[in-house]
Design a binder for this molecule. Sequence first.
Ligand code: 5GP
Ligand code: MN
Length: 346
Amino acid sequence: MITPIIDESKIHELTNALLRYNNIVITCHVAPDGDAIGSSLGLYHFLRRMGKVATVVVPDMIPRNLHFLPGVKQTIIYTQQSELAIKAIENADLLFCLDYNALHRIDKLSPYVAHSEAYKILIDHHLYPEPFTHLTISHPEISSTCELIFRVIWQMGRYRMLSRAAAESIYTGMMTDTGNFTYNSNQPEIYEIIAKLVMKGVDKDRIYTLACNTQTANKLLLNSYAICHKMELFPEHGAALIYLTHEEMSRYNFQKGDCDGLVNVPLSIKGIHFSTFIREDKEFVKFSFRSQGDFAVNTIAAEHFGGGGHLNAAGGEFYGTLDEAIAKYRELLPIYCNNNKEKDKE
Ligand code: 5GP
Ligand code: MN
């Protein structure tokens, strides 16, 4: 049994919006991941089945390992086709905001979405959604936006309209946002939903191979280099840090997404429950945090790096040099680790 967790009045409002509007644009967050692209394409295929004109507009490049997803070629990438992207948003009468909770998460798309007169619907699982949409379907307790897209379609009574392409997209985001069902994945209904997706023809083993086993040699070499030469362990704090300069990434012909997953690696070491990856970006230094158990990383991201995220996966930005960023990390480490130790004792 799949519990109807989404407020029926919201499902009703969404259904009405789909009856009223025809020109639909779907947006997702910058540096899109499997959940952002999966939820966007899942909804896209569903809407097209319903006879709607739908377009997915993405702020920047889709990582290569997601290019297998049906519909990726039809997406408009703002950094490559900005005029087309702006026009699509301006012409939309219905706008979906998927897998993000605040306008700044769509980067350069944000003024266009903010000023659009379209009816706006947010479907997301990040904490504290900002009130920039007409309808907000926010469920931080759910492990992926893809799962929410499935639940919306299910509660609308439209499961039969779910195509294999839509099911593959949804499955991909459910898989990637749970680290292939290794965290945030204890809710039994996740597996009921997967069963329903597999019934639509999803080959989950093939999706795993396509999403996870199609990396470049350079990516593997860069990640290996980072672990071998740029990882510092702080056993007394159960913490690990990896940091990379722009030059080191260029050495391995860094492409967007090449360091995805690197921050998770130190968590495989016994006793490490807090992992941080810092990399030099063009205008700032990017922080990625991962943790296990109750250790909240979204508070560190929010309190010191203007970011946010989930309890066990979060990120933010630092404006300064990489060395200053590392110094800031060293300063914060004992404070947050001791706070968590105190919590453990309570
Ligand atoms: P990642 O480390 O994979 O880049 O991000 C992990 C999670 O942290 C994302 O799913 C997102 O929820 C959150 N996150 C990452 N970077 C930022 C950021 O700059 N701002 C906010 N608000 N959240 C972020
Ligand atoms: Mn997500």
